[in-house]
Design a protein around this ligand. Structure first.
Ligand SMILES: *Cc1c(COP(=O)(O)O)cnc(C)c1O
Length: 380
């Protein structure tokens, strides 16, 4: 990934935006191929909920489809509608299930709800009966997370009613709670529970593994895998190397470079004081753009870093809504000026490094980036 600049796909002009978000679609599809390889004979889908984890649903999905992916998971019907407009023939599952009164829209757009409760099953079944079609849907079984999904008892009862159903279960699935820690005993418990419950639905493909499941639990692969974060270059396992390629780069436009003196306070709350005379670059993005307030620096706590003129420089002072400050004293005077860029994410500073400064995870960094960047899509 190179410096921001020319592309035919900017949505907002860089000089009118907070900065430039560059998405490497070639890295995205390379990550999908790598996960598919690791999933061996299982089918490899793509989880593209929340605007493909913030990178752009349409562009990401089109690139993945071109690479061979034809099964997608979104969270909402609204996301599914956008995806259907992009990919007329893909299989689209809606993870958040069937909201009351939406069955006709699911049928019209050929979407498959992920059914995780009796009221949803009853509504979809009745709709299938009245439309005279064995409409497909996924069955989501909760195996220990206490999130959307059928209990063991409900799943067993549903399996006994299989012959009476008017709809067609096309997938039986569950979700791992602790797969980011491969040795957590919860994984084996959930895999065992899922294997037993999935076997009650003979002939229906089974799916359990998210990114961390693919990378850390060979027993969790089953018939279909559902990677999300690994596609986007994020870390799925808490420990060890991350073999995925980075997909996003974020460059923030420098609004002003100013001289500052030892002892000067920087930012709201005057929580950071410069320890020597130097220069500070004021960058035009802030917590409204996913630069979390928690990544700022203070007298007692080091902030995150940005790359300016090829050098790592510390963020100083609190992050504002639309500004943050970088101490660029170490960068030669003539190497940084108004209109240049400070790189907050690239192949060197990954989403997980920035996330660590905020005490969060790469998923939250990506999905918080927001709409104020010019977007450039490369490759794919
Ligand atoms: C979000 C989600 C995934 C993808 O998880 P990652 O950790 O991003 O790979 C898979 N399955 C379900 C049910 C999800 O909600």
């Amino acid at each position: 990934m190179n410096a921001p600049g020319k592309s035919s796909h900017t949505v907002l002009r860089p000089e009118e935006a907070a900065g430039v978000l560059t998405v490497d679609l070639g890295a995205l599809t390379a990550n999908w191929r790598e996960l598919k390889k690791r999933a061996a004979s299982a089918l490899c889908s793509a989880v593209v909920k929340a605007d493909a984890y913030g990178i752009g649903l349409e562009r990401a999905s089109a690139a993945l489809a071109e690479a061979g992916c034809d099964i997608f998971f979104v969270a909402l019907v609204d996301e599914a509608r956008r995806l259907r407009a992009t990919l007329p023939t893909a299989t689209i599952y809606v993870l958040n299930g069937l909201a009351p009164g939406t069955a006709a829209e699911f049928r019209k757009l050929r979407l498959e709800p992920v059914l995780g409760s009796w009221p949803e099953i009853d509504e979809w079944d009745a709709f299938a009966a009245s439309s005279g079609e064995a409409l497909p849907a996924a069955i989501h079984i909760d195996t220990g997370m206490t999130r959307h999904g059928l209990s063991r008892e409900d799943a067993t009862a549903l399996a006994e009613r299989m012959r009476l159903l008017n709809f067609r279960p096309s997938l039986v699935m569950s979700h791992l709670a602790c797969a980011d820690e491969p040795t957590n005993p919860m994984n084996a418990r959930q895999i065992g529970e899922f294997r037993a419950l999935a076997s009650l639905f003979p002939g229906v493909p089974a799916s359990l593994a998210n990114s961390a499941g693919i990378l850390g639990q060979t027993d969790a692969i089953f018939d279909l895998v559902r990677p999300g974060i690994s596609l986007y270059g994020g870390r799925a396992l808490l420990a060890g190397d991350n073999a995925m390629q980075p997909v996003v780069r974020v460059d923030i436009r420098i609004v002003q470079v100013r001289k500052a003196k030892k002892g000067d306070a920087v930012g709201y709350g005057a929580q950071h004081h410069l320890t020597q005379d130097g220069r500070v670059a004021i960058c035009g993005a802030g917590y409204a753009d996913g630069i979390f307030r928690a990544v700022g620096g203070s007298d007692t706590r080091a902030g995150a870093e940005a790359i300016v003129a090829g050098q790592r420089c510390p963020l100083v002072g609190r992050i504002s809504m639309d500004f943050f400050a970088v101490d660029v004293s170490a960068v030669p005077d003539d190497a940084v000026k108004r209109g240049d860029y400070a790189t907050i994410l690239n192949e060197e500073i990954g989403i997980d490094e920035l996330a660590a400064h905020a005490g969060t995870i790469g998923y939250e960094v990506l999905t918080a980036l927001g709409r104020r960047y010019a977007r450039i899509y490369r490759g794919g």
